[in-house]
Design a binder for this molecule. Structure first.
Ligand SMILES: Cc1cc2nc3c(=O)[nH]c(=O)nc-3n(C[C@H](O)[C@H](O)[C@H](O)COP(=O)(O)O)c2cc1C
Length: 306
């Protein structure tokens, strides 16, 4: 198949939304090995069986073929970092990860939302992969949401569900965003120049939406890309919901609307919720580790994404 056709096929496969697993085993000398895989499939309930497809190019292929079994951890939605780590060639994966041995003796990752340990009961040579079939010996699960993967990007279904619930509530919804461009943040002044606020739709009391926000920004010559959800909270005094995203501008015709981070007029931001959101954004952005706030404008919790 030609390269361009391979790429098209990869894109077509990528349209299928999957979870993410880390498949593990042990070398003959006991050293743990593992790799990220989204080709996991449940196969049979009775007898209990699953499969995973392993690339023939994987460095650990021989180890998996020599071992009598393997473990599978289904990653939870806050474990994107582990998916990235176990898809890498970093040699100390198991030293910097919290894990325990399953009863069958295969590493399973702490914090995963389900795990299985299996005896390899069959293997099928299939093109550039080998399909490993496992007979499940032990397994467990919890109520965490699994991490999703589609079109080459990660999805966090539980977090998106929480935002969806806010959208679906009876009270009006404000939908806003922290938009960064060349180290500056998009901020507006009200007409009297007394208040400073973030771009948002639904501030007039009618429910807003991300689409409305994007359209109104385009009218102002600002095209944005949303990276992630940033905060979902209830405004206790106004019986309304706020959903804030974070993102960046990919095209800006009015750069004067963006303010350098060190010139944010903190004393003119009247909303304590906006102030604390912006503060958290700057702090998290300097660490390059973002979380999502859930709660009310008075108190809540931050769920870390990575
Ligand atoms: C999201 C994602 C899914 C992957 N799924 C698979 C898979 O199903 N099978 C596979 O063999 N490799 C898969 N990989 C690639 C392996 O994780 C990667 O090649 C890893 O480095 C192999 O480890 P090894 O070469 O150290 O054995 C996936 C990678 C990512 C990022």
């Amino acid at each position: 198949m030609e390269f361009s056709e391979l790429r098209r096929l990869r894109n077509a496969f990528g349209a299928f939304l999957t979870g993410i697993t880390v498949v593990t085993t042990r070398q003959a000398n006991g050293t743990p090995r593992g790799f990220t895989a989204n080709s996991f499939t449940s196969v049979s309930l009775d007898p209990p069986m699953l499969l995973v497809c392993m690339d023939k190019q994987a460095d650990s292929l021989d180890v998996f073929l020599e071992s009598s079994g393997f473990g599978i951890s289904i990653l939870a939605e806050n474990q994107i970092d582990l998916s990235v780590l176990f898809a890498s060639k970093q040699p100390d994966k198991f030293e910097i990860t919290e894990w325990t041995d399953s009863p069958g003796g295969y590493p399973v990752l702490d914090g995963a939302c389900a795990w299985f340990d299996c005896e390899r009961c069959n293997q099928v040579d299939a093109g550039d992969h080998i399909v490993l079939f496992g007979k499940i010996l032990n397994f467990d699960y919890n109520s965490k949401y699994g991490l999703g993967y589609v079109r080459g990007g990660y999805m966090t279904p539980g977090l998106e569900y929480s935002a969806g619930r806010a959208y679906g509530s009876d009270s009006p919804v404000v939908v806003g965003a922290i938009i960064e461009h060349e180290g500056k943040i998009l901020l507006y002044d009200d007409q009297e120049n007394t208040d400073v606020y973030l771009p948002a739709s639904g501030l007039d009391g009618n429910s807003g939406s991300l689409q409305q926000l994007q359209s109104s920004l385009i009218e102002q010559g600002i095209w944005i890309v949303i990276d992630s959800l940033f905060a979902v909270y209830e405004n206790e005094d106004h019986a309304s919901q706020s959903i804030y995203y974070r993102g960046s501008a990919r095209k800006v015709e009015r750069p004067e609307l963006f303010r350098p981070i060190d010139q944010i007029p903190w004393d003119r931001i009247s909303s304590p919720a906006l102030k604390s959101m912006l503060n958290r954004y700057l702090e998290e952005s300097s660490r390059k580790r973002f979380g999502i706030y859930f709660g009310s404008d008075r108190n809540g919790t931050i769920q870390s994404l990575v």
